[in-house]
Each structure stands twice: as C-alpha cells, then as structure tokens.
Design a protein around this ligand. Structure first.
Ligand code: SAM
Length: 270
C-alpha cells in the first residue's frame, strides 16, 4: 500500500484504516515507518522487509500470511515495488495463494508526470539511471529514439551529471522537466530544454538538493535527424580522429559541431 511522498496530508483514509487493522506492517525501514505510524497514532507492530532481506525474514512473513495474518506492506515513501522493495515478497505471496489487495496512493513518477505538461498518453518509467557514467550513457543511448515520454528518478548529487549526459545524448533542445520535492514546502517543477536545465542546475546548488524526478520528452517522429547524425558520426569515427569526425559530421548533417563533438566523446568512452 502507498504512503505519502512528502506531504502527510496525502495519506488516504483507506490506507489509515488498513494500517490500523493489519496484524503487522512490513516496512523497508521500521524506524522511519514507525514515525509515520506514530504521527497517525497507529500502534500496529512493524516487521522489517527488504527485497534483499535474508530468506529467513521473507519466509517468516510468508509463514505469518499462511497462518492467516493480514500484513500491510509499505516502503519509506510512495508506492512499494516502484524503485522500492516489495517485488519478491508480492511475487512469493501471490505464488503461495495469498490474496494481494493494492491500496493506491502517491507515486513520485506519476505525480511528476501529472504536472510536467509533457505527453502523458504513453510513457516509460526508467527508475534510477546507473550511477556509473559509462553505464548511464549506455542506457541513455539505448533510449535516444524512444518516442514515449521518459521518467527517471535521480539522486540530487548526480542530477547535474545526468542532465549533462542527457543534453549530449538526447540533444540540447530536447524538452524536459525537473520535478523536485513534490508535495513538500520547496516543491519545484521546471520545464525547459535539457541545455537550459543543465545551466540552471549548474548555477543554482539548490536545484541539486532534495528528491528529484526527471521527465524527458520522447524522441520526435522527425527525431530521425538525431539518428542520422549519430550514424554519420559513427561511420566517420571509425576512420578519423574524434575532432575531425565531429567537424565533418556537422558539415554533412548540418548539426552543431560542438554537440557532435560531445556526442563523439561519449560514444568513444563506451
Ligand atoms: N516508491 C517511491 C514512489 O512511489 O515514488 C519511490 C522510491 S525511490 C527509493 C525514491 C526516489 O523517488 C527519489 O530519489 C526521487 O527520485 C523520487 N521521489 C520520491 N519522493 C519524491 C518527491 N517528493 N519529489 C520528487 N521526487 C521524489
């Protein structure tokens, strides 16, 4: 069941009822969730649960369920299983024939999408990009022609590096939204191009604080231009030094020399 992502006013009445009536609350961090329960005067006992919990802990929960206990599964914030623990437990419980009842509530990805003003008819949730630059760039490259709106979670100390990579790989003009501290006092939702977001975040350390969702417009149908630029660049890079390949690719495709140079460096570092 979901819990708020910041604003406790978002705790839905049904969630409170379920927490109150459950025999146990399985939580990612029992101290953190203990404070949430105390805030609402709920004294249901807590059990720790992570997807990497040892098998003993998971089987203890499954045994309790098999014995007829009602267990509410929560994570630190938002919806469990969404970049949070729960998948293994829900799967194992379902396989054991336990009834799973979802209790919906906030999920940062959907909250961000609902405020972003980017196409929302089709979207893909990518969770946290890899922390290692090489792996992150590889993932972004695999997504460069994805037409659906892209949603990422990102840690504040990595948001600038990720936006920089996105500007190079998706293109500086690609539209995106930085959604920070949603539902909280310092809630900020900024819509701009990736290049503008890089500048903004670089210039203002406050934009590198708190909890962050990045929503990026998918590749346009005519985003084939990007693909063509990349194809030409890769062909030239096989024969020429990076700088020359980028300069020539810019001439052939009419693209920006600087952007193609940055892209060439990224491709080379793979
Ligand atoms: N399960 C949660 C959900 O339903 O959104 C997500 C858990 S994940 C470990 C935490 C990440 O979600 C944060 O690093 C951030 O990217 C995003 N997030 C959570 N709360 C947020 C908020 N209030 N504002 C912006 N992003 C948030």
């Amino acid at each position: 069941m979901a819990t708020p992502i910041g604003n406790l006013g978002d705790m839905v009445p049904r969630a409170l009822e379920v927490l109150q009536q459950a025999d146990w609350v399985a939580a990612e961090d029992t101290r953190h969730s203990g404070r949430l329960l105390a805030h609402f005067n709920i004294d249901t006992p807590l059990l720790p649960y992570h997807d990497h919990s040892d098998a003993k802990q998971a089987s203890r929960i499954l045994d309790l369920l098999a014995g007829g206990a009602d267990i509410a599964l929560i994570s630190d914030a938002g919806t469990p299983l969404i970049s949070d623990p729960g998948y293994r437990l829900v799967r194992a419980a379902r396989q054991a024939g336990v009834e799973i009842v979802p209790v919906p509530g906030p999920c940062a990805a959907i909250v961000a999408l609902s405020a972003a003003g980017l196409p929302s008819d089709r979207f893909t949730f990518e969770g946290f990009p890899p922390a290692k630059p090489g792996q992150r760039r590889k993932l972004l490259e695999a997504l460069t022609s994805e037409p659906r709106t892209l949603i990422f979670y990102e840690a504040p100390h990595r948001v600038l590096a990720t936006l920089e990579d996105m500007a190079v790989i998706f293109g500086r003009e690609r539209e995106a939204v930085l959604a920070r501290e949603l539902t909280k006092t310092h809630e900020t939702v900024i819509q701009a191009t990736l290049a503008e977001l890089v500048e903004m975040v670089r210039a203002d350390a406050n934009q590198q604080r708190g909890e962050i969702v990045l929503v990026v417009r998918g590749a346009d149908a005519d985003g084939a231009d990007d693909t063509e630029q990349r194809r030409v660049l890769e062909l030239l890079m096989a024969e020429l030094p990076v700088k020359q390949a980028a300069a020539l690719a810019a001439k052939i495709t009419g693209g920006s020399k600087n952007q193609l140079y940055q892209l060439a460096l990224t491709l080379k570092s793979r």
